[in-house]
Design a protein around this ligand. Structure first.
Ligand code: ATP
Ligand code: MG
Length: 377
C-alpha cells in the first residue's frame, strides 16, 4: 500500500473506531483505534517531509494515549492482515541484532576516522590494557552521539564498533519505542538496559534519537508527556549507570539527522557530550566503497574506478554503494539474458551516472557544517 492508500485506510479505521466507541463496543473500538494508530505510525515512517512525519507521529501517539485511558480492556490485538500482534502493554523482548554472519568491522568502514579514534580510546584501549586504564581511572564504554545527513554511515559504523569490540549490539528505533509503547516506553527502556547488561560487553544503539530527546518535550500533550517521561527515565539510566559484575562495558550510541533538535539536557557533560559528525565521504573513502563494490568484478579496460569515485563527490556513502550496485546490475542483466559473463562497460557507468540525483543538498550539508562549528543553526 502506498502512503495515499494508507491515509485512506487510516481515516476509515479511525472513523469506524469512533463509531464503535460511541456505540459502547469498547473491544471493537480498541482494535480499530490500534489499527488506525499502526497505520498512522507507518505513514509517519515513510513520509518524506518532516511536517507530515511529525503530524502522523503525533496522531498515532494521541490515539494510543486515548486507547490506554479509555479502552483499556486487555485482549490480544489482531491487525487488519489477520496477523497476531502482541498487546501493547507487553514488554518487548530485546534481542541483540547482530549475528556472526553479518558482522562488520572497522575494515569495512570507509573513512570516519574521528569515530574510529574515539572508540579506540573509549573502548579498545581500556579493554586491551586494563591496568593502564585503571591508573587513569578510565572505564571502557560511555556515550557517543553520531549526527549527520542520511546515509552517511551512522548505523553502519555503530554495527562495526560492535563487531570490532565483540559486543552484543541492541538497536532501538526511538520513534517506534515511543509510539508503539505509549505510556510504557520507560518500562521498555528499563527492560532494554537490564537485558543489555546481562552481557559482558554491550552496545545500545538509539536510532532517530531526536524523536525522543527533542526540545519539544514540554510535557503538556500526550506525546510530549511521553517524551518527557522517556527523557527523565533515560537520564536516570545514563547518570546512574555503574558497571555491574556481568557487564564490563556498556556503550550507548545515539544517532540523529537533527542534532539541533535535541534537548540540551541530553548533551551536558557526562551525558552525550561526545558528539561526532558523520559527514560526506572524501575521495579516498568513496574510492574505498567503489572498490569494495566493483573492484573484484569483470570490468572493461576503459572503466576507471577512480573516475567513478571522483564523479560521486557530494554523495553520501549509502548512495555511493547504491549507485555502484546499479552499475553492476547493468552488466548482470546482460549476463542473465545470454548466460555468459559480460564485463561492466564504460557505457554502463555512463548510463547510471547520467540519471543520478543527490538527495543530500548543499544547503543541508552547510547546515550540518554550521552546527559542527558553532553548536547551533
Ligand atoms: N563510511 C562508509 N563505509 C562503508 N560503507 C558505508 C559508509 N557509509 C555508508 N555506507 C554504506 O551505506 C549504507 C547506508 O548507511 P547507514 O544506514 O549506516 O547510514 P545512516 O547514516 O545510518 O543513515 P540514516 O541517517 O538515514 O539512518 C550502509 O549500509 C553501507 O553499505
Ligand atoms: Mg541509520
Amino acid at each position: 500500500m502506498n502512503n495515499a492508500g494508507k491515509v485512506e485506510a487510516y481515516k476509515s479505521f479511525y472513523e469506524q473506531a469512533k463509531q464503535l466507541y460511541a456505540e459502547g463496543d469498547i473491544p471493537g473500538a480498541r482494535m480499530a483505534f490500534l489499527r488506525a494508530a499502526e497505520l498512522a505510525n507507518d505513514i509517519s515512517k515513510s513520509a518524506t517531509t518532516h511536517d507530515v512525519k511529525m503530524e502522523y507521529y503525533r496522531l498515532a501517539a494521541k490515539i494510543l494515549d486515548f486507547v490506554k485511558t479509555h479502552c483499556s480492556k486487555k485482549e490480544p490485538i489482531k491487525s487488519g492482515g489477520g496477523e497476531q500482534k502482541g498487546d501493547m502493554d507487553e514488554i518487548a523482548s530485546f534481542k541483540p541484532v547482530e549475528s556472526d554472519e553479518n558482522k562488520v568491522t572497522f575494515d569495512d568502514v570507509a573513512g570516519l576516522e574521528d569515530v574510529k579514534d574515539e572508540i579506540r580510546y573509549k573502548v579498545l584501549a581500556p579493554i586491551s590494557n586494563p591496568d593502564l586504564a585503571k591508573k587513569y581511572k578510565i572505564k571502557p564504554g560511555g556515550k557517543i552521539l553520531l549526527y549527520g545527513p542520511p546515509g552517511t554511515g551512522k548505523t553502519f559504523i555503530a554495527r562495526a564498533i560492535a563487531g570490532e569490540v565483540d559486543a552484543k549490539f541492541f538497536a532501538v528505533n526511538c520513534q517506534d519505542l515511543i509510539s508503539k509503547y505509549m505510556g510504557e516506553s520507560s518500562k521498555q527502556l528499563d527492560a532494554l538496559f537490564e537485558t543489555a547488561q546481562k552481557n559482558e560487553r554491550a552496545i545500545i544503539f538509539f536510532d532517530e534519537f531526536d524523536s525522543v530527546a527533542s526540545k519539544r518535550g514540554d510535557g503538556t500533550t500526550g506525546v510530549d508527556a511521553e517524551m518527557a517521561r522517556f527523557v527523565a527515565t533515560f537520564l536516570t539510566k545514563v547518570d546512574g549507570f555503574k558497571q555491574s559484575k556481568t557487564c564490563k562495558m556498556l556503550l550507548l550510541i545515539a544517532a540523529t539527522n537533527r542534532p539541533w533538535a535535541i534537548d540540551t539536557a541530553m548533551l551536558r557533560g557526562g551525558r552525550f557530550d561526545t558528539q561526532i559528525y558523520v559527514g560526506l565521504p572524501d575521495y579516498k573513502a568513496r574510492l574505498f566503497m567503489v572498490n569494495k563494490t566493483l573492484g573484484d568484478l569483470p570490468l572493461d579496460s576503459d572503466v576507471s574506478l577512480e573516475e567513478i569515485a571522483d564523479k560521486l563527490e557530494g554523495f553520501g556513502g549509502g548512495d555511493v554503494v547504491a549507485i555502484c550496485d546499479r552499475i553492476k546490475l547493468e552488466a548482470y542483466k546482460r549476463a542473465v539474458k545470454t548466460g555468459e559473463i559480460h564485463n561492466i562497460s564504460f557505457k554502463d557507468v555512463e548510463k547510471v551516472l547520467k540519471g543520478i540525483k543527490n538527495v543530500i543538498s548543499v544547503e543541508e550539508v552547510e547546515k550540518f557544517e554550521k552546527y559542527r562549528v558553532e553548536g547551533f543553526i
